[in-house]
Design a protein around this ligand. Structure first.
Ligand code: ATP
Ligand code: MG
Length: 266
């Protein structure tokens, strides 16, 4: 656990360079579940696909400034924060410009620390800042890993999902060495989980063996409500709180809060 000022938020990057593993669904629904537990949460969309933004009511084109403007210094954090339908959940939406950021930012000397610098303005106002990362290990993800305290890795219990995990672990190690010494893995979360297959059980055992103590006990099942709720611009707890998906993310929030409580008393 990094030595954070008690006033500053826990900054979590939800990341996995493999596409479609459950990053956005996790970033949005964990953020909403923490907000429901009365934590003040800022969700930041770092993916030019804008899926996290749409999932909380800001589809592409709905706002004219967001993460891109913050990164390039065209807007302050206050200017790009939006309220959502949940009192404690704010969002910095992504806009289409973000797609060009990877290329445009390359020439800047401080290209890896732009997000960290921008976030300084958020201290004390939030308990959690959650980044939804794109499915790549480019500059946007690098900015997230440099600004984060820890990384939450959603993954499916599938063969190809295992391959990506070691690449991500190497990236985290490199960022830790060069730019963010306190960065650590908060946990690995199995998403779209179907416990009935042998393969799923094998993948879980393998990950548990290689990442001891780092696999969340909560598993997110495949649940149709989780895939429907984004098109309504609502997190699952507002769309159908009784669904298995919404309940699983509430359980994840409880597990995370419990583990943070234990870390802070160690
Ligand atoms: N537990 C779940 N049950 C059912 N559908 C899910 C679940 N989790 C995610 N999905 C659906 O699977 C697809 C991929 O999920 P999601 O967008 O969260 O992944 P991602 O890792 O953010 O993808 P990308 O890499 O493209 O950003 C989406 O259509 C989403 O609605
Ligand atoms: Mg996504």
């Amino acid at each position: 656990m990094p030595d954070r000022n008690a006033q500053s938020p826990l900054v979590l990057a939800v990341s996995n360079q493999k596409g479609g593993e459950g990053k956005t669904t996790t970033a949005v629904n964990l953020a909403a579940s923490l907000a429901a537990a009365e934590r003040r949460v800022l969700l930041m969309d770092l993916d030019p696909q804008c899926n996290a933004s749409s999932s909380v009511g800001f589809p592409r084109g709905a706002v004219d400034a967001g993460t891109y403007d913050l990164l390039v210094g065209q807007a302050s954090l206050d200017a790009v924060i939006r309220e959502t339908q949940l009192d404690n959940l704010h969002v910095v939406p992504a806009t289409a410009d973000l797609a060009g950021a990877e290329v445009e930012l390359v020439q800047l000397e401080d290209r890896a620390t732009l997000l960290r610098a921008a976030l300084d303005q958020a201290s004390a106002r939030y308990d959690f800042v959650i980044f939804d990362c794109p499915p790549s290990l480019g500059l946007l993800t690098l900015n997230a890993l440099v600004a984060a305290d820890s990384v939450l890795i959603p993954m499916q219990a599938k063969y190809f999902s295992l391959e990506g995990l070691s690449a991500l672990r190497e990236t985290i190690a490199r960022v830790k060495e060069a730019l963010n010494p306190d960065l650590h893995i908060q946990g690995i979360l199995f998403c779209l989980f179907d416990p009935r297959t042998n393969l799923a059980q094998q993948v879980v055992s393998e990950v548990e063996e290689h990442f001891k103590g780092l696999v969340f006990k909560t598993r997110i099942p495949q649940n149709i409500r989780l895939s429907e709720s984004p098109s309504h611009g609502l997190p699952a707890i507002l769309y159908d709180i009784d669904s298995k998906g919404a309940q699983a993310y509430l359980a994840l929030a409880r597990e995370l809060l419990e583990s943070l409580k234990q870390e802070s008393t160690l």
